[in-house]
Design a protein around this ligand. Structure first.
Ligand SMILES: [Zn+2]
Length: 368
């Protein structure tokens, strides 16, 4: 049994505050952004991570305190670190330009208190100029309520502005969970079927149509695209909640090569980038559902998943005809994605798997 710390971040609107307070956030953001860009520029020009000396020698007039500048510096260092790493790997890098930024603040900058009757909480932010606290009323919401009960709030917070200019507070909640090892089941994440399980269950045949009819025809980034994407996420979550019920330990495949289209099942499909998004999202959600249910999951390397016969071990792409698997050596046949899931489970190799029935109950896809 493994004990794991899990985290969830939630957004709370700061828009209940009056205009003066929101203006304070806007001005803080401008100053913060300017300082952040300055520290990035310094580090980038000198090709080393800036130190606190840069805070002391900050050349511009600012109402930000040293403490705020210090927080900005930490964020600049974070950004530069990843830039320098890329460079070290031989990639071409250009100087990062700060456009949108989340203000990352530690516990010295704020108080988060229980509110009175009219508001659930008060978020009080330190005003570097007047040495006072600027108070923002915060309302709780149904989805967030459970996190205040049984979860621990992380001390680092973020302030962020959405594209529409609205301000949000991002709180992170932590919890330690015990992940129990249960009976393993292989899961093949796919496109024509969202999930195929090694026990023969199949979930989410409708996802393909949602992607092709509702999402791909829309302009990426448009309002209608986003709405369709939200719909897809809701559907995926509904399907995953049915499948990942906490009674078994999912065994999943690590598809590192998916992005480059190495895996045939995915590479032939219409929009590779979008498939990758779907795959990553599903994988992430499965892990999160396991955490909530308290079961362990396992990841195995990807290897001939859709071409190996689970009965005799023969590997050949000729074993597969679209959605149907039919071994040319031993004759074993089954839904190709279920075969994939069985192979994933076998790779986990905890116990010998008895082959699944050669004539499965669902055969409607054989002649697609
Ligand atoms: Zn075979």
């Amino acid at each position: 049994m493994e004990v794991k710390e899990i985290k969830r971040s939630l957004l709370f609107s700061l828009e209940l505050a009056n205009r003066g307070k929101k203006k304070f956030l806007d001005e803080l953001w401008e100053e913060y952004k300017k300082a952040l860009q300055y520290f990035i520029d310094r580090g980038f020009a000198e090709e080393k991570l800036p130190t606190y000396e840069e805070v002391k020698n900050y050349p511009y007039q600012t109402w930000l305190s040293k403490r705020y500048l210090g927080a900005t510096l930490v964020q600049a260092v974070e950004i530069l670190k990843s830039v320098f790493q890329k460079k070290k790997r031989g990639k071409e890098v250009s100087k990062p330009e700060v456009k949108k930024v989340n203000l990352k603040l530690d516990k010295r900058f704020y108080r988060f208190e229980k509110g009175n009757n009219s508001f659930d909480f008060w978020f009080r932010l330190r005003d570097p100029e007047g040495q006072r606290w600027v108070s923002f009323p915060v309302k709780n919401y149904d989805y967030a309520k459970r996190y205040f009960d049984g979860w621990e709030m992380a001390l680092d917070i973020e302030l962020l502005m959405k594209r529409n200019g609205k301000w949000f507070l991002k709180l992170t909640f932590k919890k330690r969970v015990e992940l129990k090892e249960k009976q393993p089941r292989g899961i093949d994440i796919g496109y024509r079927k969202l999930l195929a399980l090694s026990d023969g269950q199949v979930f989410g045949r409708e996802v393909k149509e949602i992607i092709e009819k509702r999402i791909l025809p829309k302009k990426q980034g448009s309002k209608r695209f986003k709405k369709a994407l939200h719909f897809l996420k809701t559907e995926i979550n509904r399907i995953l909640k049915q499948a990942i019920d906490g009674t078994f330990s999912p065994v999943l495949e690590n598809l590192k090569n998916l992005k480059r289209g190495k895996r045939r099942k995915w590479s032939r499909l219409v929009n590779r980038r979008f498939n990758y998004w779907t795959y990553s999202y599903v994988l992430k959600r499965i892990k999160e559902l396991c955490e909530v249910a308290g079961v362990q999951w396992r990841i195995v390397p990807a290897f001939n998943t859709s071409r190996s016969c689970p009965q005799c071990g023969y590997v050949d792409s000729a074993n597969r005809d679209r959605e149907w698997f039919h071994c040319i050596r031993c004759g074993y046949e089954n839904d190709a994605d279920v075969v994939g899931a069985v192979n994933i489970l076998q790779r986990f190799g905890r116990e010998p798997i008895v082959p699944y029935p050669a004539k499965p109950p669902f055969m409607e896809n054989k002649c697609l």
